[in-house]
Design a protein around this ligand. Structure first.
Ligand code: GRF
Length: 221
């Protein structure tokens, strides 16, 4: 098995709010020596998030910045900004983080923040995408990895996973299938970033110097 040079690994903070299955997929890829990143910490706004347990099990430092402990949104945002300014990671990975980041945060770390959103962006920004796509009558659904900008779910698209909607699908079935795709595409995009082949340049996602959106092979379609 190839040895990772931890010294040069991309320093990363992962933000979560909940169950953390994407976090787990990333941790598993690191364990398998497939991801050249070093996780400095896993941060949650929610002290009950199961993902915290996953991080602890993997021996990764955790940090809770509990939204409900702050007197207002601005104070919460300031605490987040200060924590990140102090650590200054190479990469910030949103993995089911349910808070909107401040504009200041997005500007400070522009080109360094990745998110995964459960829809084929630009369709279905925001919440409840599974029910909304089923109601819409669309034939496909999926998930998108993108760079984060100040506009919600609107940053440059890096990679998408797509699956055909089945007549038997309810929101739960569809989510299960889409999430299996997420566990493939998110580590893939993180790896590209960590290796230096993926960058955000002039507001576009650029992979190996060319501007393109890559569609993941729908192996689970
Ligand atoms: C993911 O499915 C992702 O699309 C969305 O939030 C969900 C988080 O799930 N941003 P988990 O916490 O990774 O299980």
């Amino acid at each position: 098995m190839k040895e990772l040079d931890i010294g040069s690994a991309t320093s990363t903070i992962i933000l979560i709010s909940g169950y953390g299955t994407n976090l787990q997929a990333i941790l598993d890829e690191i364990t398998n020596n497939h991801l050249p990143i070093r996780i400095l910490s896993v941060l949650s706004d929610n002290p009950e998030a199961y993902g915290i347990k996953r991080a602890k099990n993997a021996g990764i430092p955790t940090k809770i910045i509990n939204y409900h402990r702050f007197k207002n949104k601005a104070a919460f945002h300031l605490a987040i900004e200060e924590y990140f300014k102090k650590i200054d990671p190479d990469l910030i990975v949103l993995a089911g983080y349910m808070r909107i980041l401040s504009e200041e945060f997005c500007r400070l770390f522009t080109g360094k923040i990745l998110n995964i959103h459960p829809s084929l962006l630009p369709k279905f920004r925001g919440l409840n995408t599974y029910q909304r796509v089923l109601d819409s009558g669309d034939k496909f659904h999926g998930s998108t990895v993108h760079f984060v900008t100040t506009e919600l779910d609107s940053g440059p698209i890096i990679l998408q996973y797509r699956t055909k909607i089945r007549t038997t699908d309810g929101p739960k079935q569809l989510r299960k299938r889409v999430q299996l795709g997420e566990y493939e595409i998110y580590p893939m995009a993180i790896k590209w970033f960590a290796e230096g082949s993926l960058k955000m340049i002039k507001g576009k996602a650029v992979l190996n110097g060319s501007r393109k959106i890559i569609w993941a092979t729908p192996s689970l379609a």
